[in-house]
Ligand binder design. Structure first.
Ligand code: TRP
Length: 450
């Protein structure tokens, strides 16, 4: 069968920026503070950082190995590398594509909010408002009958448009400019937040650990958060790895992305917690934490209107580079497995996501019947993916690279086809084979029985 030549990223820097674009997003700025707030603060942060480094980076490398070696979407990758017929491995790929759908569905709920908040900041809705008024704005917005849905659909449409343009012109070009800008504005915000009157208490909550707070649930939540934040455990980075140039160093790329991701999460915490404490917002405030504290911080700044606008603009963009990576998983699978065109695949993916996504958005309304047990559809999707699907997917991915793939192929990939020394790569292989699978299994099982 004549294969069309697959696209690749233009450079290693472009690859790092696109991967960082996938990793950096609402997971860092919205979900991480929520999770840290709900799970006791600093103790969670430490467990999170340890897991991101010890399990996250090797798992990210494993995904790159599978992607680049197979040059395929997750479904095709497992089929090719497991020797084809009669194996169940492609199921891991299907699981990943399903997971991309489910994540994209609830992720675009919040992505829609960022778009709505960009509009609100442009219109100057936050000027001169106090805490109560800003909290009311958040609940008015999320309870509005159609506005959040419209924002969500607009966001999905935006994502589909970029994905239709393909890897180099769409994904890579955008990520390279916008990721560095986000970092700069976050540093500025951080400085401001640290000078607020209640900053100290917030910093203690975020940095001074109380180890008695570490329970099985905290550790599993930290694992889920690290997978979510690094975009690992479901094939997004298999897909990006499949576009990586043959000689580019995947190990250093993975380390850079992990560090950048941790840095932005920590910055988000340093912005949000001091501000939350100084305005009297509970750290457990959940969904509203980022969307109330940040507009309040901007009010305290000279040029607040301007900074607020830029911040939400960059947040929209950081979120967009993440939704792009999620939709790309679906599109890569549909174009290569079902031979759809890129345009059709992107449309189909976006429409499919919209159906579940709108339910997630509606489940946020006060008194919404869209609850299963005590949980909203939104929370349910979040938890099924982060606490179950991604850890299981991640476990299978490291097992596949450690035990199923040909050792020579894995080493070739880790050393980028003999252009790099194999010393450190042996150590990485050891983590992939033994440490990561045992750690994921132990955390997962102990939570189930505990
Ligand atoms: N990592 C992104 C964030 O932190 C979200 C994301 C993008 C994602 N692609 C993913 C999460 C793939 C899991 C899997 O916002």
């Amino acid at each position: 069968m004549a294969e069309k030549k697959r696209e690749t990223f233009g450079s290693k820097l472009g690859f790092i920026m696109a991967t960082a674009g996938s990793a950096l997003g609402l997971g860092n700025i919205y979900r991480f503070p929520c999770e840290a707030g709900a799970n006791g603060g600093a103790a969670f942060v430490i467990v999170y950082l340890a897991l991101a480094l010890v399990i996250g980076t090797p798992l990210m490398i494993s995904e790159f190995v599978i992607g680049r070696n197979s040059r395929s979407n997750p479904v095709g990758a497992f089929r090719k590398l497991s020797g084809g017929k009669g194996t169940a491995w492609p199921v891991v790929g299907y699981l990943g594509v399903l997971c991309a759908f489910l994540i994209l569905a609830f992720y675009t709920t919040v992505a829609g909010w960022t778009l709505g908040y960009l509009g609100k900041s442009a219109a100057g809705h936050f000027a001169g408002q106090d805490l109560a008024a800003i909290q009311r704005q958040f609940s008015d917005f999320t309870n509005h009958p159609w506005l959040p849905i419209l924002c969500q659909l607009a966001f999905l449409a935006l994502t589909a448009v970029v994905v239709m343009r393909g890897v180099k012109g769409g994904i890579e070009r955008w990520s390279k400019i916008l990721m560095p800008m986000l970092l700069v504005i976050m540093v500025v915000l951080c400085v401001k937040s640290l000078t607020l009157s209640g900053a100290r208490e917030g910093l203690e909550f975020f940095f001074k650990p109380d180890f008695s707070k570490i329970t099985g649930k905290v550790v599993l939540s930290a694992l889920g958060q690290s997978f979510f934040s690094l975009s690992i455990g479901m094939g997004a980075l298999i897909t990006y790895g499949s576009y990586l140039g043959r000689r580019d160093n995947m190990v250093s790329s993975a380390v850079s992305v992990t560090l950048a991701d941790a840095l932005v999460a920590i910055l988000a915490g340093v912005i949000i917690f001091p501000a939350a404490f100084s305005f009297g917002i509970q750290p457990e405030a959940g969904a509203s934490l980022a969307f109330t504290t940040l507009p309040l911080v901007f009010q305290q700044m000279t040029g607040g209107y301007f900074f607020c606008l830029i911040f939400f603009l960059l947040l929209v963009i950081a979120t967009l580079t993440s939704t792009i990576s999620l939709l790309e998983v679906i599109v890569a699978a549909l174009t290569e497995e079902l031979r759809l065109s890129r345009t059709k695949a992107a449309l189909l993916g976006a429409v499919g996501t919209a159906v579940i996504g709108v339910l997630a958005t509606m489940s946020f309304r006060a008194g919404s019947p869209l609850h299963i047990g005590a949980k909203t559809v939104f929370d349910l999707l979040d938890q099924i993916t982060a606490l179950y699907m991604m850890p299981i997917g991640g476990l299978l991915i490291v097992l596949f690279v450690g035990w199923k793939m040909k050792r020579g192929d894995v080493m070739d990939e880790l050393t980028s086809h003999q252009t790099l020394r194999p010393g450190l790569r042996k150590a990485i292989l050891f983590i992939i084979k033994y440490i990561a699978p045992v750690a994921i299994a132990v955390i997962f099982v102990s939570q189930l029985v505990g």
